[in-house]
Design a protein around this ligand. Structure first.
Ligand code: VOV
Length: 248
């Protein structure tokens, strides 16, 4: 049996994708729409407070394309906190027009492939900040779930730890070339959801997602072992943009 990678876990993550029932929304009386908008703004204010006190972080993006209209990315210390966040939204008046489209449950994960031997990474403040990150405020988000392949010669889980480490170093080198342009949050979901990881990328220029992901496709770890789910891409939904997004 090959040696399992050691991982550190941080905040739990819920990527909560919603469809807005636009036909229903546009036929509601304007007072009712404003009332529902206010219910949503109350939730946003609560999420801002949680972020300000570093008890979690939430990012809001509208989704482009037909797979969803909105994604709320919530990071919280426990699975109970995550459920409470989800339920508070479900019970709000805004949820009557924001129906589930897709969801993903995972936990912020760092692996020890690139840590120096003899160093306990959990002692390092930078590691703690990466495990409990405040989500970036970039213009765009890209999310997709992924697996590492387990087929014939291309079985990630049968490789020795040194082979995996070498490939992850090359992966990290490519990623670092995009430093300052894109921030990645890797969340592990083995035992939590249908894929093995969630990849959440934040950038101000959406073309950077395409360049980075394309470059990684040619790198061995993605070329041989990467299997990908659905891709979602979106635009930041600030408090100021909510009215124009809702057509109010
Ligand atoms: C934006 C840049 C970027 C950078 C700098 C970066 C670096 C790193 C490092 C140094 C490490 C290992 C240590 C750790 O931190 O865990 C990782 C780990 C990981 N990555 Fe990554 N990655 C990036 C970006 C990045 C992307 C775009 C993808 C999707 C791949 C693609 O083909 O679509 C990805 C995936 C992953 C995964 C699934 C893991 C966990 C793999 C495992 O087997 O455990 N990642 N990643």
């Amino acid at each position: 049996m090959s040696e399992a990678v050691q991982t550190l876990e941080g905040w739990f993550a819920l990527h909560d994708f919603r469809h807005i029932d636009w036909p229903r929304w546009t036929h509601l009386p304007v007072d009712e729409r404003r009332h529902m908008r206010d219910a949503f703004l109350d939730l946003v204010a609560r999420w801002d407070e949680i972020e300000a006190t570093k008890e979690g972080s939430t990012a809001l993006y509208t989704v482009v394309g037909q797979k969803a209209d909105l994604v709320m990315v919530h990071l919280r210390p426990t699975l109970q906190d995550l459920e409470a966040t989800e339920l508070t939204f479900e019970r709000s008046e805004f949820a009557t027009i924001a129906r589930p489209a897709y969801s993903y449950v995972s936990v912020v994960e760092l692996s020890n492939y690139t840590t120096k031997p003899g160093v306990d990474p959990s002692d390092e403040p930078v590691v703690q900040r990466r495990l409990k990150p405040i989500l970036p405020k970039t213009e765009h988000i890209c999310f997709y779930p992924m697996n590492k392949r387990r087929q014939g010669e291309d079985n990630w889980y049968m490789l020795g730890v040194e082979d995996r480490r070498t490939m992850m170093r090359s992966h990290g080198e490519i990623g670092r070339r995009y430093g300052g342009k894109v921030t990645q949050i890797i969340t592990g979901s083995v035992g939590l959801d249908d894929w093995e990881w969630g990849v959440t990328l934040f950038a101000d220029d959406p073309i950077v997602f395409k360049k980075l992901i394309y470059e990684m496709r040619f790198d061995e770890v993605s070329a041989r072992f990467g299997e990908f789910g659905q891709f979602f891409v979106g635009n930041r939904l600030t408090r100021e943009r909510i009215d124009s997004w809702l057509g109010l």
